[in-house]
Design a protein around this ligand. Sequence first.
Ligand code: FMN
Length: 188
Amino acid sequence: MQDIVRSQSIAEVIRNRRSIDSFRPELPPRENILAAIDSARWAPNHRLTEPWHFYLCGPETRRAIIDLNAEITRAKSGDEAAERKRERWSRMPGFLVVTCDLDPNPLYERENYAATCCAVQNLMLHLWDMGIGTKWTTGDVTRDSRFYDLIWVDPLQEVVVGLLWYGYPAETPDSTRRPVEAIVTDLP
Ligand SMILES: Cc1cc2nc3c(=O)[nH]c(=O)nc-3n(C[C@H](O)[C@H](O)[C@H](O)COP(=O)(O)O)c2cc1C
């Protein structure tokens, strides 16, 4: 078997990954994103439905999403808030949208969503292992019908699971979790 030299164990990658809010401006290479998508598709998925799809936003789509998000914010909170949002979102280097297939059977649809969330975690962990950070967002814009138009997705066929920003972290925040004892119950 080939020796694999790892800088971090899987447990370390899982433990060290953080949602990144502050990125360096440069866009990571496309092949790194495709490598992470390759890992994403190995997520467990019941009935092998492979329900996920990954939309890599080019500059035009990225700009249109930023504009739409500013417009939604303006309608809700006014001009100043909209400009703050525009400025913040314009600093996010990469935009990637993950969708999941809908299904007439509610159980299958729930399983598809669960599998796609596993795929997103695979994607984020592989990117993190390559030094690329992400932030998964499910803000209002991702549920707007105009967002679906922008990414050419039929909302009767697919649901947006998240918009992922990606890039090289400028800052890595800390995070906390409740202790294991607080979430484990021994059953007889
Ligand atoms: C389904 C989902 C939706 C999320 N949506 C948002 C969001 O809209 N805005 C945001 O700032 N973070 C969002 N996050 C990121 C969480 O805030 C983040 O995972 C949490 O604070 C824990 O931090 P960590 O990822 O660094 O451990 C989302 C995470 C998940 C799993």
